[in-house]
Design a protein around this ligand. Structure first.
Ligand SMILES: Cc1cc2nc3c(=O)[nH]c(=O)nc-3n(C[C@H](O)[C@H](O)[C@H](O)COP(=O)(O)O)c2cc1C
Length: 366
């Protein structure tokens, strides 16, 4: 493992350590753990090891944890057997241990609810549920493996909305503080947002606002249970250049539809948080979400990673974004895999103790 001595950053850590009240939740600071699939829940049930993994981040200064993608209870959601579920047999009891552990450590925790859409694998013979039976990227998901893709009827849409609602009810019982709806990265709800995969001519396709109709229905169906965070992105896992909105006006049509449906917080997924979302303005995607909707937003993307933007500048940029009202919370992903105490080390200025992110950290689990 390598360590890097870094010069002390400026206002970033101070702003990150400032408490916030967001969507009715009292958060001890602005640090968020980004959702990361880890494949450690056999049969879809989170184990004691999963509870310890999240507790370790909460007791080391992460104010809000967003769990790895958690599958809603419909056979089309995924083929995966070690990705957690919300409604499977013992899953609720497993999640209760996780939420209790995080709360005991002073943290808050949201669950990310997930349906893979065309990204499911054909191992169990179940067709991929999609908006229009097509994938946007030539090598994408089910299409690459000749799995028949099913174009969802409006009846199917009702079934999926009900599956999200049922998962939200279980999540509330299991002690979660909030729900995050996964509408990013090319999975089912994002396939509705993206014109390349949504060619529908009914109420769920066409204009940007109509493409947002299904994610909006999901928000309306879960909002009575817990505060709702919606995660969205321009890029897709298989197409980094993809866009759901070509202009601020198109983004506004999508995001105000989601805000009107009851989204409390927008989690704007970018690969590099400092990149402007549209030409002519330095605002990043989270900045645009906040500006267009008036709702709080979470920024994310390469935070804490050594790369194009050196650590002190990245911290300064985060400090400016937080204190200037561009975004409200800051999510870190990969840096937390090998550094469970990353938030504490940043807050306490112990930069020399931070281990640089390495791909191999994705294989460890502690
Ligand atoms: C191992 C791994 C698993 C991920 N799983 C999810 C997921 O389940 N849901 C999701 O929305 N994003 C997922 N992501 C994306 C992260 O939430 C985050 O947006 C991305 O890693 C960029 O942040 P970072 O540069 O701080 O890592 C995953 C990323 C990694 C590295």
């Amino acid at each position: 493992m390598t360590t890097t001595t870094r010069p002390a950053p400026t206002a970033g850590p101070i702003a990150l350590a400032t408490p916030a009240r967001i969507a009715g939740l009292d958060l001890p600071n602005r640090f968020v753990m980004a959702p990361m699939t880890r494949f450690h829940s056999p049969g879809g049930v989170p184990t004691d090891e999963v509870a310890a993994y999240y507790r370790r981040r909460a007791e080391n200064g992460i104010g809000l944890i967003i769990t790895e993608g958690t599958l809603v209870g419909h056979p089309s959601a995924s083929h995966e057997t070690t990705v957690p579920r919300m409604t499977a047999g013992a899953a609720e009891a497993g999640w209760r241990k996780v939420t209790d552990a995080v709360h005991a450590a002073g943290g808050r925790i949201a669950t990310q609810l997930w349906h893979l859409g065309s990204e499911r694998r054909p191992v169990d013979g179940i067709a991929a549920w999609t908006p229009s039976g097509t994938t946007g990227a030539p090598e994408a998901g089910a299409a690459a493996e000749s799995l028949p893709m099913h174009t969802m009827t409006t009846g199917d849409i009702d079934v999926i909305v009900a599956a999200f609602a049922e998962s939200a009810r279980v999540a509330a019982r299991a002690g979660f503080d909030a729900i995050e709806i996964h509408a990013a990265h090319g999975y089912l709800l994002d396939e509705f947002l993206w014109p390349a995969t949504n060619r529908r001519t009914d109420a769920y396709g066409g204009s940007p606002a109509r493409r947002a109709a299904l994610p909006a229905e999901v928000i309306r169906a879960v909002r009575g249970e817990l505060p709702v965070i919606i995660r969205f992105s321009q890029f897709k896992e298989r197409d980094y250049e993809a866009r759901i909105a070509d202009s601020p006006a198109e983004l506004e049509a999508i995001l105000t539809t989601l805000a009107d449906a009851g989204a409390d917080v927008f989690h704007a997924s970018q690969r590099r948080f400092w990149e402007p979302a549209f030409p002519g303005s330095p605002l990043n995607l989270a900045g645009w979400a906040r500006k267009l909707t008036g709702r709080p937003s979470i920024t994310v993307g390469s935070i804490g990673l050594s790369g194009d933007l050196p650590f002190p500048q990245a911290m300064s940029r985060l400090g400016e974004g937080l204190s200037g009202g561009e975004f409200d919370l800051v999510a870190a992903g990969r840096i937390l895999l090998g550094n469970p105490a990353w938030a504490r080390l940043v807050t306490e200025g112990r930069f020399a103790e931070i281990r640089d992110y390495e791909k191999a950290h994705e294989d460890v689990y502690y």
